[in-house]
Structures are given as C-alpha cells and as structure tokens.
Design a protein around this ligand. Structure first.
Ligand code: GDP
Ligand code: ZN
Length: 310
C-alpha cells in the first residue's frame, strides 16, 4: 500500500502527499479521524484518488473538543506557534486553552505576539512576561515588518500555527509562505461580508530561501562545511473562536499549568484541587502574585467545567 502524509484535511476529504505526488483521498468508515500531518497508508480506487486505510502511530496530536466531538488540528508536529495580538483584542483565555492543549499533547508551544507596529502592543508585550517566566518562548513581531525571528524558530521543524481570528494568522502565513495565497481578512471582508475563509487545515513547505546554511564539521574532509539544514513545514489551522477542552481530566489539567504543576506537592492535601482548600500552595502563591491571577482564574474555571461535565 502506498504511504504518504496528509497535507490538507477538510471534513472527510484529504490531500495525501506521496512519492507519486498529491493524491486526493477519502476516509473509509467512521474511524477515529485523520489530521493534517498524519502519516497514512492508502489504496488507489479505480475512479481516481484513494481511500485512507491506515493511520500510522502518531508522535502527538493537537486537538480540541466540545460536548459533541473532537476536532483534530494537527498531528506529528515539533511545536505549536500560538499567535496573539492586542488588536482587535487579546483573549487570554483562548491563549491559555491553546497552551493547555499543547502541554497535554506534549507539544512545545511558542507564543507569537503579532502587530508590534501598533502602540497598543507594548502593554501586552509587558504582560506576556508572565508567560516567558513560565518557560514559553515569545516572539514579538509585525506581519508587516521583519519576520526573521519567527523564520528562525520555524526552520527545519514542523510547526502548527494556531490562534483566534483577527490576530493576523493569514497575514503571517502569506509572509512565511508567499504562494500560500491564503485569503487575509482584508480580502475576505471584500468577498464574503467579513467571513473568514480558512475552513480547513493545510500543511505548507517553507520556502527554500528560508533555509539557512549551517556550518558543520565534516569528518570526511576534515573541514567545516556549509550544509543546508532541513526545510520546515507549517500547518495552518482555521482561526478559532473557542477552544474546547472537554477531553481533559483533572489530573491532566493540573499538569498543564507549569506554575501549578511545580507547586502540587506543597499543598496540605495530596489531592488538593487548588480551588478553596486550606493550606493550598497555589492559592498562597496567587496571593503574593507569584501565580498570576488570570491564570489561576482560568484554571479554576476550566476545572469547574470539567467537574460539571457528564
Ligand atoms: P487572521 O484572522 O488571524 O487570519 O487575521 P488576518 O491575517 O486576516 O489579519 C486581520 C487584520 O489584521 C487584517 O486587517 C490585517 O491586515 C491586520 N494585520 C495583520 N498583521 C498585522 C500587523 O502585524 N500589524 C498591523 N497593524 N495589522 C496587521
Ligand atoms: Zn493546592
């Protein structure tokens, strides 16, 4: 059976890149789902195209879920780039939910603060220092300016770009992959009464020009030679309004907040949920500001939603 990688996922239709080029495939039956980035095996069908028969074991899977079902975002990625912006507004809860999903999936997350050309961004850059303190790398840039810091982070890796709509994800994608031709808000406003047009996940190869030459010592020649590092891949996901986390359990949720994870052993009760318990190290740290109030609130609200779920 031929094998390949899913480079576009739209409902039950997929584009699979294989040694014979891109093959349009469908999914057979009601299997668990297939994500952009999945490595699959498929069978050709006489009418053209193929049917995906098997999904190879994933290194990781980023997904969100509401009461109804889970929505697969991307599989087999090295990192997620979560895009935020101060304009039109900063949605911290969405950022936190994205980060929680990444932590749970074991995917390193990078925060991309876009629109640094706007004066509103300075305060957000300051505010995001909390996140730098938690260990998240932050890249601040303008999609209308110098992109080299982000390009350096994406080089040679497979990354997924996530973020709420309006943060500039399409604009960034068009800069990173000039032929992506993803409709930006400006265009879709004209065409489609403001509706955003990215409805499916797609994987792009980053252009060769973004590939750096890395000096590497060659044992064969005994000299330092310039080698081309691997290209990178970027998966663009539809801009999201919300990020459901119904699939998490309380233990996973606690483990997904670095500042809670590191204090868990210090609470009076071994099974402390850090809600109202006496002797809670997390609540104590929130009083002194060592744990950010907004992060604790988001954690507690997520925990409340889990406990009230079915
Ligand atoms: P998406 O919904 O995240 O894909 O956002 P778009 O790429 O469609 O951008 C939303 C709006 O923000 C558009 O009007 C863009 O022109 C604008 N925009 C994107 N990046 C920047 C930036 O770095 N600076 C400024 N000032 N505007 C930006
Ligand atoms: Zn506690």
């Amino acid at each position: 059976m031929p094998s390949g990688r899913v480079v576009a996922a739209h409902g039950r239709h997929f584009h699979v890149e294989s040694s014979e080029g891109v093959v349009e495939c469908v999914m057979r039956g009601k299997k668990g789902g297939i994500a952009c980035g999945d490595r699959v095996r498929f069978e050709h069908i006489p009418s053209g195209g193929g049917v995906i028969e098997e999904v190879e074991t994933r290194d990781n899977l980023l997904y969100r879920s509401d009461e109804m079902r889970s929505k697969l975002i991307a599989a087999n990625v090295d990192q997620a780039a979560v895009v935020v912006a101060a304009v039109p507004y900063f949605r911290e809860e969405l950022l936190i939910r994205c980060l929680v999903a990444c932590e749970t999936a074991g995917i390193p997350a990078l925060i991309v603060l876009n629109k640094t050309d706007l004066p509103e961004t300075a305060a957000l850059a300051e505010y995001l220092k909390t996140y730098a303190g938690l260990g998240y790398e932050i890249v601040a840039l303008s999609a209308r300016g110098d992109m080299s810091a982000l390009e350096a982070c994406l080089r040679g890796r497979t990354s997924v770009l996530v973020g709420g709509s309006g943060v500039g994800k399409s604009t960034l994608l068009n800069r990173l992959v000039p032929d992506a031709a993803a409709a930006t808000g400006d265009i879709s406003v004209a065409l489609d009464a403001g509706k955003h047009t990215t409805t499916h996940a797609r994987m792009y190869r980053l252009p060769e020009s973004a590939i750096p030459l890395t000096p590497t010592f060659s044992a064969a020649s005994g000299k330092v030679e310039l080698q081309v590092a691997g290209a990178g891949y970027l998966i663009d996901s539809p801009g999201m309004q919300e990020f459901g986390l119904r699939h998490l359990d309380p233990a996973a949720l606690m483990a997904a907040f670095p500042e809670i994870r590191e204090r868990a052993g210090q609470c009076r009760f071994y099974n402390c949920r850090h809600l109202r318990e006496p002797g809670c190290a997390v609540l104590e740290a929130a009083k002194t500001g060592a744990v950010a109030a907004a992060r604790l609130r988001a954690y507690q609200s997520l925990m409340g939603q889990l406990s009230s779920g079915p």
